[in-house]
Design a protein around this ligand. Structure first.
Ligand code: ADP
Length: 550
C-alpha cells in the first residue's frame, strides 16, 4: 500500500459488513424481511428484529469459540436463517462459506474439506445428505441445524448437533462489534468447477461494501428504500449477486423465496409481497412466466428482473415486456462479486430507435464505475472497441478476485492486475460488451469462431423449443462444427429440417449446425445453467464420419 505524502483529513472508517446491518437497524428498522419457510408458510420480521437475532448469533459464535479468520460452512436455501449468517459470521471476523447443496456429493465433500470448515450450519432439508457424507468430512467438528430442537429427525451420524434458534435464544440482543480490518475475508464461495476442482473465491468486507454501493446505483441494479427485492438466485450462488448486503444498505424490503423456486410459489410472493425487483438465471423466470401465462395472471408490481448467469433470451425479454416488466441483463461471475457489466442504455444509445435499443440491450452491457475491462486478441494486444474484434475478456477492480483460496490455479493476474474471466467477447464504440462464448465453449470451424450463444437464442425463439444448446463436435475437415441440441415444450414437435429452416437467414450460412438433436432432458449445472461439457463429451465424435459435409 502506498503511504500518502499529505493525508486527507477525512475519517478513516473501515468499510465493514456490520456497518450495513447497523445502518439498516437504525434507519430502516421497521422495513420487512420476509422468508418462505421450508413448509411453504411465510415468516416475516423486520430489519430491526433481524439485527437483534444477528447480534445474538454473533454472541453464540463467540461462545462456541469461533475465531476471527475461521471459515464456517452453510448448506441452506434462501431464508432468514441464512441471511442472518451473512451478517453474524463476518461480524465477528469469521468467514461465511456458502456451500451449494445441489453439487454432486464428491464436490460438496471436496469444498468443505478444502475450506477447512470446522462448523457446518445446515438446513433441515440437508441433514440426510450430510449424514451420508460425515465420514468423509475431515475438518467438521460440529453440526448446527437451522431451526429449533425437534424441527427435524436428526440422523445419529451427525452426533450431538446444536440447533440455531435454541443456541441464540438467551444471548444478548446488543453487541459491541469487534474492530475489523476492512480487508479481512468475509465470505467464501466456490466456482462450480465445470473443469477441474471447484475453486474458492474469497470476498472481503471492503469488496462487499463497495460492491453493494455500486449495485445500488440507478444505472446498475437500482435498489432503493421503496423497492421490494426478491433474490431467486440462491444465497450460495455468488452471494445472491450481493443483494443481501445491497438491500440492507438502502433499506429495501427483502423477500427470500426459500426452497420453493417453482413458478407458482415465486409468483405468489411477487404478488403478495409487492416485489418490484427480482434477480436470477433465465430458467427461473421462464417458470414464473409460464405459470402466469397458463393461469392468465399478471406480475403484480414487478418492475424489473435482473437476469444473468447466462445470456438473456429474447423470448423471455419479450414475454416480460408485454407484462410491463423490464429485463435488465447483468454479466458477471463468482469472481466478480458478481457485477461485471449491466445492460442499460447510456446517453449515446438513448437516442437510438427502439428496435436498435432492444438489440443493444441483448448485449451483456456496459461497465459500472469500479470495473475495468480489456479484450485481448490472440497476439496479446488490446482489441479495438469496434463491436466485432472478439478476444479474451480480462477484468480489474476492487470487487474482482485477485486469486483463489490456498493459491489454487496459481497467479491469476496479468502484469497490469487484470483477471482472466474465461469468457470471449467484444466491446463496441458505445462501451457495450457482448459475450460470444465461454472460452471453453467456443466453436472453431476452419479457424473461425462461431458464437453458440447467438444460435441458441434464435433456436429458443421457436415456439416448440424449451431449451437450446449449441456445442462443438469434432469434424475431420473443419476441426469443429456446431451441433444444436433442443428440448421441446410439452406436446410440441418439430423436425430437424423445420428447425434448420427456422434458422435460415437469421444466422450466417456457415454457422448452420451440422445436426439438430432433440433430447428429452437438458443436462443442467448446480447453478441452473446448461452443462454443455456433458453434451460435448457425449457427442464429440458425432460428426467424425462426416468428411464431405459443409
Ligand atoms: P459457474 O457458471 O461456473 O457456476 P459463475 O456463476 O461464476 O460460475 O458463472 C460465470 C459465467 O457465467 C461467466 O463467466 C459467463 O460465462 C456466464 N455468464 C454470466 N452472466 C452472463 C450473461 N449475462 N450472458 C452470458 N453469459 C453469462
Amino acid at each position: 500500500m502506498v503511504k500518502p505524502a499529505f493525508p486527507g483529513l477525512m475519517q478513516d472508517v473501515p468499510l465493514t459488513i456490520p456497518t450495513l446491518l447497523e445502518h439498516a437497524a437504525v434507519n430502516h428498522a421497521g422495513t420487512e424481511v420476509v422468508a418462505r419457510m421450508l413448509d411453504g408458510s411465510v415468516y416475516r420480521y423486520t430489519y430491526g428484529d433481524m439485527a437483534c437475532r444477528v447480534r445474538q448469533a454473533a454472541h453464540a459464535w463467540q461462545r462456541l469459540g469461533i475465531r476471527q479468520g475461521e471459515v464456517v460452512g452453510t448448506l441452506a436455501w434462501n431464508h432468514h436463517w441464512h441471511m442472518e449468517c451473512f451478517y453474524s459470521l463476518p461480524g465477528i471476523g469469521a468467514i461465511c462459506h456458502t456451500v451449494n447443496p445441489r453439487l454432486f456429493s464428491e464436490q460438496i465433500v471436496y469444498i468443505i474439506n478444502h475450506a477447512r470448515d470446522r462448523f457446518l450450519l445446515i438446513d433441515q432439508d440437508f441433514v440426510d445428505t450430510v449424514a451420508q457424507l460425515v465420514d468423509q468430512l475431515t475438518s467438521v467438528e460440529q453440526f448446527i441445524i437451522l431451526g429449533s430442537a425437534g424441527c427435524v429427525q436428526v440422523p445419529p451420524e451427525l452426533g450431538e448437533v446444536l440447533f440455531y434458534d435454541d443456541l441464540i435464544a438467551s444471548e444478548s440482543t446488543s453487541i459491541d462489534w469487534p474492530e475489523l480490518d476492512e480487508r479481512a475475508a468475509s465470505g467464501l464461495c466456490y466456482t462450480s468447477g465445470t473443469t477441474g476442482h471447484p475453486k474458492g473465491v474469497l470476498y472481503s468486507h471492503r469488496s462487499t461494501v463497495l460492491h453493494s454501493m455500486a449495485i445500488a446505483q440507478p444505472d446498475n441494479l437500482s435498489l432503493s428504500a421503496l423497492d421490494t427485492v426478491m433474490p431467486a438466485a440462491p444465497l450460495y450462488h455468488a452471494q445472491s449477486w450481493g443483494l443481501p448486503y445491497g438491500a440492507c444498505m438502502v433499506g429495501s424490503k427483502f423477500v427470500l423465496p426459500g426452497r420453493h423456486l417453482d413458478g407458482q410459489h415465486l409468483l405468489e410472493l411477487i404478488c403478495d409481497e409487492g416485489v418490484t425487483t427480482g434477480c436470477g438465471v433465465p430458467t427461473v423466470w421462464s417458470l414464473v412466466l409460464e405459470y402466469a401465462e397458463q393461469n392468465d395472471l399478471n406480475l403484480g408490481q414487478l418492475e424489473r428482473l435482473l437476469i444473468g448467469g447466462t445470456a438473456l433470451p429474447t423470448n423471455i425479454r419479450d414475454r416480460l415486456k408485454v407484462r410491463g416488466v423490464a429485463a435488465v441483463q447483468i454479466w458477471g461471475m463468482t469472481e466478480t462479486s458478481p457485477m461485471g457489466t449491466i445492460g442499460r442504455v447510456n446517453r449515446l444509445s438513448s437516442a437510438m430507435l427502439p428496435d436498435e435499443k432492444e438489440q443493444l440491450l441483448l448485449k451483456q452491457g456496459r461497465l459500472p464505475y469500479g470495473v475495468q475491462m480489456r479484450v485481448k486478441l490472440p497476439d496479446g494486444s488490446e482489441a479495438p472497441r469496434d463491436g466485432q474484434s472478439a478476444g479474451d475478456l480480462w477484468v480489474k477492480g476492487p470487487w474482482i478476485a485477485s486469486g483463489y483460496l490456498h493459491g489454487d490455479g496459481g497467479a491469476m493476474l496479468d502484469a497490469d492486475g487484470f483477471f482472466p474471466t474465461g469468457d470471449v467477447g467484444h466491446i463496441d464504440a458505445l462501451g457495450f460488451m457482448k459475450i460470444t462464448d465461454r472460452s471453453k465453449d467456443v466453436i472453431k470451424s476452419g479457424g473461425e469462431w462461431i458464437s453458440s450463444i447467438d444460435i441458441e437464442d434464435i433456436a429458443a425463439n421457436h415456439p416448440a423449443v424449451a431449451l437450446a444448446a449449441v456445442v462443438a463436435a469434432y469434424h475431420p475437415r473443419w476441426d469443429e462444427r456446431p451441433l444444436l441440441f433442443i428440448t421441446l415444450n410439452a406436446g410440441a414437435s418439430i423436425s430437424e429440417s423445420d428447425m434448420l429452416a427456422f434458422l435460415e437467414g437469421k444466422i450466417a450460412k456457415w454457422w448452420t449446425p451440422n445436426a439438430v438433436l432433440i433430447i428429452d432432458e437438458m443436462p443442467m449445472t448446480a447453478t441452473g445453467k446448461i452443462r454443455k461439457l456433458t453434451l460435448r463429451e457425449r457427442y464429440w465424435r458425432h460428426l467424425a464420419a462426416d468428411e464431405q459435409s459443409h
